[in-house]
Design a binder for this molecule. Structure first.
Ligand code: NI
Length: 176
């Protein structure tokens, strides 16, 4: 088995993050190796969700783990996820994103969604997601369309968020 690798996470304003991801033809060992790397990268960050495009692979793949601190890891894998139904009711939730580090803003999302996807083994699953699961899957599925949570903010707030990330990276680069 290939050892898992932590991959670099792309951050704004990297143009790859705006790409529309493509469907996966078949869930293979290669797909699973990619999902393993994604999960490892997400845990290392640390984060609760990651889309493949965030490590520069524009495919319809998401990993997630919503286990709370102290709980056993509960990795979830989504290949070619589709939202079948969205509850009309929306609620704001304070979101963050590994591609926009240290920025947190409220975004309105449907409180419940019905989704269909292929799991780690390529098995088709249809289920309802609510609470944090619903928020997270909507956030991650936006990534597959090249949409970031800061795209829902005012232009002023969005520009400020991007500048903050760029400034932090410049400081990191010089080792400050
Ligand atoms: Ni994100």
């Amino acid at each position: 088995m290939k050892p898992m690798t932590i991959r670099p996470i792309l951050t704004v304003p990297n143009k790859i993050l705006k790409q529309v991801s493509k469907p996966v033809e078949k869930v293979t060992d290669e797909t699973r190796a990619l999902m393993d790397d994604m999960l490892e990268t997400m845990y290392d960050a640390p984060g609760i969700g990651l889309a493949a495009v965030q490590i520069g692979v524009p495919l319809n793949i998401i990993v997630m783990d919503l286990a709370k601190e102290g709980e056993d890891p509960a990795p979830r894998y989504f290949v070619n996820p589709e939202i079948l139904e969205l509850e009309d009711e929306q609620k704001p939730y304070e979101e963050g994103c590994l591609s926009v580090p240290d920025v947190y803003e409220d975004v309105d999302r449907s409180i419940r969604v019905k989704l269909k996807y292929l799991d780690y083994h390529g098995k088709e699953i249809t289920e309802w997601a609510d609470d944090l699961y619903a928020v997270c899957i909507q956030h991650e599925m936006d990534h597959l369309k090249g949409v970031l949570f800061i795209d829902y903010l005012s232009r002023l707030k969005r520009n400020r968020a991007v500048k903050k990330v760029q400034k932090a990276e410049k400081l990191n680069a010089v080792g400050a």
